[in-house]
Design a protein around this ligand. Structure first.
Ligand code: QV4
Ligand code: CA
Length: 512
């Protein structure tokens, strides 16, 4: 019985729920719209050395080219074929990136668009990133190939052929999501083509997949496709490793489809996390930081072992998808850093950091009319390189949140504390909170409008620690604040509410 339980546990832990990261690495970053050559360099110069587990990359396969007049980021969510060429680079550049990132200890997770092809209004021709011929009206995609029999047109029950009612699960799965041609995933042929695409990526050496629009696919169809996947490439992974799967299902409650239907396949995006965290950090709707004491399942979130969590994603940072106005983004950097520090310090879920580019926002009646703007680009539409400034920030319009010291150091904090329970919770009944992660790390946040002055039990061994929010441990000294922990584990903290970063975080790997 014990052995059986153990086997089940190992199977679960190392199956599709496990990110296949190198030991001690516990956070991925979404390098949204980055070029493969830039990601390869970033793995070697930043992500590897700073303990990042992996990168979620933008869709690598061929997509429609939309010039209206400039290319929107969302054209990449309209596949034309499974050939690997996109604005991020060629097939050989993709392979080189995967190889170099794996060698730097950083995994690659692919955003896989398998629910649909391009929109029904996509026209016909070769306006696609590898130049393949297609005809959206006739449902022909010659480079796969797919034809009209491979789509759900006959199955969808609405007169528009679109999803009209999210309370009808048949519509949500069998009709077109915003006009996107919906694949007949119950067909052996279609499943085979998709599995072929994913297995090619596995052979190249990727560690797993984000399944886009999973809510719009029947769990049984996804399960069948996952069942066709090879083990991961043994050049980089232990033998018999399975691809990590995380499914994009937006479940804020109140719809026909719930995230739990997908738990048996892999992890699932927990969208309640960012929506609620934004409310709390912004102190909207009567929320307070002290209410975070039972964050996680206690807030009605899915079980931690199923959850993929993030403060914002590429959709809800610009008003697409779900979450609404509460979502924290780099545009509000102070609250963003508070929310991200809490996320990375807290044990709940597998964490993903967003890394963005800037665009010119243009709000009209509360909606950003420029929410479509693609990555920083040259006049010919090609994506601009990510340049690195002498202070480690990025140029050319790339935000690089994952390089902000306050965020990068919390990725390292998480690596130091993972596996240790949340203990020593403290709050002032308002917006000042603190907690330990066993005897490995301690964080204090002051989100009130007055100063924090408190002597708190840190749970840490006595010594002098560097606050990794205000600085680094460098050359045997702290470049920012220092915290002395006494023999009884207690330390004195003072955090001004006027501080740009009203957070102090200390851990055993940044101790003098
Ligand atoms: C328009 C009309 C349709 C019409 C169609 C005619 O709205 O009514 O039928 O033209 O062809 C773009 C446009 C959209 C356009 C569509 C098809 O914005 O106006 O339809 O293309 O031409 C991204 C963007 C979408 C974009 C899509 C495809 O967010 O705006 O649509 O890419 O380019 C739900 C889902 C969830 C989804 C979320 C955004 O449950 O799965 O909405 N999230 C994922 C991705 C997201 C992506 C998709 C799914 C689709 O994270 O980035 O959508 O792959 O909550
Ligand atoms: Ca579908």
């Amino acid at each position: 019985m014990k052995a059986l339980l153990l086997l089940t546990f190992v199977g679960l832990a190392w199956g599709q729920w496990h990110p296949n990261a190198h030991d001690g690495r516990h956070t991925m970053v979404h390098l949204f719209e980055w070029r493969w050559v830039d990601i390869a360099a970033e793995c070697e110069r930043w992500l590897g050395p700073n303990g990042f587990a992996g990168v979620q990359v933008s869709p690598p396969n061929e997509n429609i080219v939309i010039n209206s007049p400039w290319r929107p980021w969302w054209e990449r969510y309209q596949p034309i074929s499974y050939n690997l060429c996109s604005r991020s680079g060629s097939d050989s550049e993709f392979r080189d990136m995967v190889h170099r990132c794996n060698n730097a200890g950083v995994r690659i997770y692919v955003d896989a668009i398998i629910n649909h092809m391009c929109g029904d209004g996509g026209g016909s021709g070769t306006h696609a990133t590898c130049g393949s011929y297609f005809d959206a009206g006739r449902r022909e995609f010659s480079a796969v190939p797919y034809s009209s029999v491979d789509f759900n047109d006959g199955k969808c029950g609405t007169s528009s052929g679109q999803i009209e009612n999210y309370n009808d699960k048949y519509q949500v799965r069998d009709c077109k999501l915003v006009g996107l041609l919906d694949l007949a995933l119950e067909k052996d042929y279609v499943r085979g083509k998709i599995a072929g695409f994913l297995n090619n990526l596995i052979d190249i050496g990727v560690a797993g997949f984000r399944f886009d629009a999973s809510k719009h696919m029947w769990p049984g169809d996804i399960q069948d496709i996952v069942g066709r996947l090879k083990n991961l490439n043994s050049q980089y992974f232990p033998s018999n490793s399975k691809a990590f799967i995380f499914q994009e299902v937006i479940d804020l409650g109140g719809e026909a489809i719930s995230a739990s239907e997908y738990f048996g396949i892999g992890r699932v995006t927990e969208f309640k996390f960012g929506a609620k965290l934004g409310e709390v950090v912004r102190k909207w709707n009567g929320q307070k930081m002290s209410y975070l004491h039972n964050w996680g399942e206690g807030w009605g979130f899915m079980p931690t072992g199923n959850a993929l969590v993030f403060v914002d994603n590429h959709d809800n940072q610009r008003g697409h998808g779900a979450g609404g106005a509460s979502i924290l983004t780099f545009w509000d950097s102070r609250v963003y850093k508070i929310g991200t520090a809490f996320t990375l310090a807290h044990p709940y879920g597998f964490t993903r950091i967003m890394s963005s580019y800037r665009w010119d926002r243009n709000f009209v009646n509360g909606k950003d009319e420029n929410d479509w703007i693609g990555p920083p680009a040259n006049g010919d539409g090609s994506t601009k390189p990510v340049t690195i400034n002498s202070d480690d920030t990025c140029g050319n319009g790339w935000v690089c949140e994952h390089r902000w010291r306050q965020i990068k150091n919390m990725v390292i904090f998480r690596n130091a504390v993972t596996g240790h329970d949340l203990t020593n919770w403290w709050d002032n009944g308002s917006n000042q909170i603190a907690f330990s992660r066993g005897n490995r790390g301690f964080i204090v946040i002051n989100n009130d409008d007055w100063a924090l002055d408190a002597t708190l039990q840190t749970g840490l061994p006595a010594g002098t620690y560097c606050d990794v929010i205000s600085g680094n441990l460098s050359g045997g000294r702290c470049t920012g604040a220092q915290i002395s922990v006494g023999g009884d584990g207690r330390a004195f903290f003072q955090i001004s509410n006027a501080s740009e970063d009203p957070v102090v975080a200390i851990h055993v790997n940044a101790k003098l």
